[in-house]
Design a binder for this molecule. Structure first.
Ligand SMILES: NC(=O)C1=CN([C@@H]2O[C@H](COP(=O)(O)OP(=O)(O)OC[C@H]3O[C@@H](n4cnc5c(N)ncnc54)[C@H](OP(=O)(O)O)[C@@H]3O)[C@@H](O)[C@H]2O)C=CC1
Ligand SMILES: CC[C@](O)(C(C)=O)C(=O)O
Ligand SMILES: [Mg+2]
Ligand SMILES: [Mg+2]
Length: 337
């Protein structure tokens, strides 16, 4: 049985008198640092000059170059894209990290794949929210929290787990549950989840459904609602009550079709593909490919991203979403940043 920590197991006093430097003000950075500030934690943001710097200052934070922020910090949380962390760590973090300080991550990629090797005299802790940054902030502001994982790779001070749980409390994760894990388990399951199910798997399912309907002559607007828009409503039911909760709410016809056709669409071939994806994550070949892709100027990444933006489902979707008054425009702007 997994070990799960809640608010009763965490104490913000472990962050009292300490300064937390959050490096990065993107999806996770803006969310975690805003939640920490609301929890009374003393925070500073490390950045380079640019959009994020301006936005963070506008939001009332003290912003400093990364090296300056790290010098004074007792906890340094690296919230830049995984692919830039090693370089920034090497040049701007490592030379200024205090002995006895703590280095925090929200994903284990750089530690597990040994792109960052911290000195022995610092704590190395993972607090990995199991949700997108914009939701980490939104849910916290509503009084709830997004669950997270905790792992301690290095406990130089003997207090690494207490500090990690205090940080998890500060960002609201202990309101929902913080599961104990290792950097390896978090890295491998997170990469598998986003590639096979949450991002890669779902996007392909949506596009294939949309294309099947439109190629058969059905209206793209109907195909959009059927294959993308309604997905959220169905997933909300799963989120609240599992697969059974969803099946309770849909018609018996839908439930019978689910049992008859679902495994024909996502069947043994998909299971084999999932196993292959997992193997490439476990043996490090996915990580090597991603690191190489970045060294080569992300040509493949940019080519595919451009093609995906121009998929017909995006065109019809962007027109339809303009008519949806309940989708907050300012929220959409934040999500695009
Ligand atoms: N996105 C998510 O919801 C989740 C992310 N994670 C993990 O959290 C970490 C952060 O991911 P995410 O929030 O998506 O990252 P983002 O892509 O949103 O990070 C962008 C931020 O990093 C800053 N940045 C980029 N390069 C540098 C640099 N060279 N020096 C200083 N700052 C820089 C950017 O500043 P600028 O504007 O100047 O470029 C910007 O503020 C990753 O480890 C990720 O795996 C974990 C769970 C979920
Ligand atoms: C599902 C994608 C994710 O792992 C996340 C939001 O948890 C990420 O890396 O952004
Ligand atoms: Mg994730
Ligand atoms: Mg991830």
């Amino acid at each position: 049985m997994a070990k799960v920590y809640y608010a009763k197991d965490a104490d913000l006093k472990h962050l009292e008198g300490k300064t937390v430097a959050v490096v990065g003000y993107g999806s996770q950075g803006h969310a975690q640092v805003q939640n920490l500030r609301d929890s009374g934690v003393d925070v500073v943001i490390g950045l380079r000059k640019g959009n994020s710097w301006d936005r963070a200052e506008k939001d009332g934070f003290t912003v400093q170059p990364v090296a300056e922020a790290v010098k004074q910090a007792d906890v340094v949380q690296l919230l830049m894209p995984d692919e830039v962390q090693a370089n920034v760590y090497q040049n701007e973090v490592a030379p200024h990290l205090k002995a006895g300080a703590a280095l925090f991550f929200s994903h284990g990629f750089n530690i597990h794949f040994e792109q960052i090797v911290p000195p022995k005299d610092v704590d190395v802790v993972l607090i990995a929210p199991k949700g997108p940054g914009h939701l980490v902030r939104r849910v916290f502001a509503e009084g709830f929290g997004v669950p997270a994982l905790i792992a301690v790779q290095q406990d130089a001070t003997g207090k690494a787990k207490d500090l990690g749980l205090a940080y998890a409390e500060g960002i609201g994760a202990t309101r929902a549950g913080v599961i104990e894990t290792s950097f390896q388990e978090e890295t491998e399951t997170d990469l598998f989840g986003e590639q096979s199910v949450l991002c890669g798997g779902v996007s392909e399912l949506v596009k294939n459904g949309f294309e099947t309907l439109t190629e058969a002559g059905y209206q793209p607007e109907i195909a959009y609602f059927e294959c993308l828009h309604e997905l959220k409503l169905i997933v909300d039911l799963m989120y609240e009550g599992g697969l059974a909760g969803m099946r309770y709410s849909v018609s018996d016809t839908a439930e019978y079709g689910d049992y008859m056709s679902g495994h024909r669409v996502v069947g043994p071939a998909s299971r084999e593909a999932m196993k292959a994806v997992l193997k490439e994550i476990q043996d490090g070949s996915f990580a090597r490919k991603w690191i190489e892709e970045n060294k080569n100027g992300r040509r493949e990444f940019n080519r595919i991203a451009e093609a995906e933006k121009n998929h017909p489902i995006e065109e019809v979707g962007s027109k339809l979403r303009k008519t949806m008054a309940w989708i907050d425009e300012s929220e959409k702007e934040t999500i695009k940043q």
